[in-house]
Design a protein around this ligand. Sequence first.
Ligand code: BG6
Length: 492
Amino acid sequence: MSSRTIQVSPFDLVVFGGTGDLAARKLLPAMFQRDRAGQLPDEGRIIGVSRKPLGDEGYLAFVRKALGDHVKPADLEAEAVTRFLARIHFCSVDVTGEAGWAELASLLSTGAEHVRAFYFAVTPDLFAPISQRIKQFGLVTPQSRVVVEKPLGKDGESAAEVNAAVACVFEESQVFRIDHYLGKETVQNLMALRFANRMFEPLWNSTHIDHIQITVAEDLGVGERGGYYDTSGAVRDMVQNHILQLLCLTAMEPPDAFEADSVRDEKLKVLKALKHINDRNAEHTTVRGQYRSGSVAGQPTPGYLEDIRQEESDTETFVAIRAEIANWRWAGVPFFLRTGKRLAARTSEIVVNFRPISHSIFDHTAGRISQNRLVIRLQPDEGMTLEVMIKDPGPGGMRLRSIPLDMSFAETFGVSNPDAYERLLMDVIRGNQTLFMRHDEVAAAWRWVDPILAAWSHNAQRVHHYAAGTWGPSASVALIERDGRTWLEDAE
Ligand code: BG6
């Protein structure tokens, strides 16, 4: 399978936080892969910016190491590495002071007419000062864009401040708010599945769908990110952004076109229609969890408190939520959302459970008729499974059983999917905002999440402990079973 590669326009990608973890793990490897694929034009430069006094040579060593650490050895062909390194520049800049900005301006002046993408791979408290300096030094051109990473605030109010700081300098059409889940191939496939096929959309509503589960499970713990994570927790880290975006794409009405504002308008409507969870109902609709020591893949693993080196913490590393969308299409259909660290497996999936058939013509000897289920797997093995009933083959009479119609993208297409950042960075350069969040989406997501966090705090809602390597606290099983449903891994 080959796919068409269309080169992007000449560009300068300016990475603030150029020596940081995100640059090393994601941005540089992604740009390298796009270069290998022939998607970067000769006039494409990557300018690392950091306070460190590295110089071009020092930064080249950093980039070499980043590629060595995060790119498959087989992909590091000498010619490709040399070509990529020739695109790399470095500028030592004090982003909250004056030093280095004139040098950055001078470097950029040689490509004044090129697309200019400023990537803020730094903490949000630096968004305002960096934006201001960019303006002060006259670096914004008509072809400029800015890319911001989460966390975009820690609640609605602080998110509004972050948005406002960036909006003082950039138009909304220039702001690219990254949610890397939107760059995942299967997430985009969800739109293809729903809107490029006749057969699903007529069934995609409360008449035919019983409930939907969205799970993003990780087997890793918080690793070295304990400092950040302990002030964040699973709701801010995963639900406010990734899980709500998955929910939106699953539940939204068909947009009039596959275009940025059409898609984002529909996602916004879903966020606005989410029923509020508050002090009154949080206890019954949400579960908080935190991992204790346990065993993941046969290996003993420490608990959260050991990971963050604290005696105590109330931060949730797991959350399960029973959400509802109050609109015509989804009234009465529960959406069970769940995410956590140190769970039994790394698996992300959207499970659409259809209602039972209205009437069975078969007698009891045929066996139980299972409900159809569509599982959209985001990771690790991206693909889709549709569970359908068939007759058990053979002459033994009419016996029914459910079989999976399984499609693994890796097997079908013989390629592994590119990292989400590859797609998203190319979209930034192309100026396509379809897979990026608009400011009002971010605000609407916080409007739903803030009252949940407030209710937990007002009600002092308990954090249930779970052993690492399990599917979370038993309260999460109870949450879904109260509704007469079961999580996919417990279903027969
Ligand atoms: C990030 C979160 O946004 O997403 C991390 O901050 C999480 O805590 C990560 O581990 C998960 O991303 P992925 O692509 O590995 O599922």
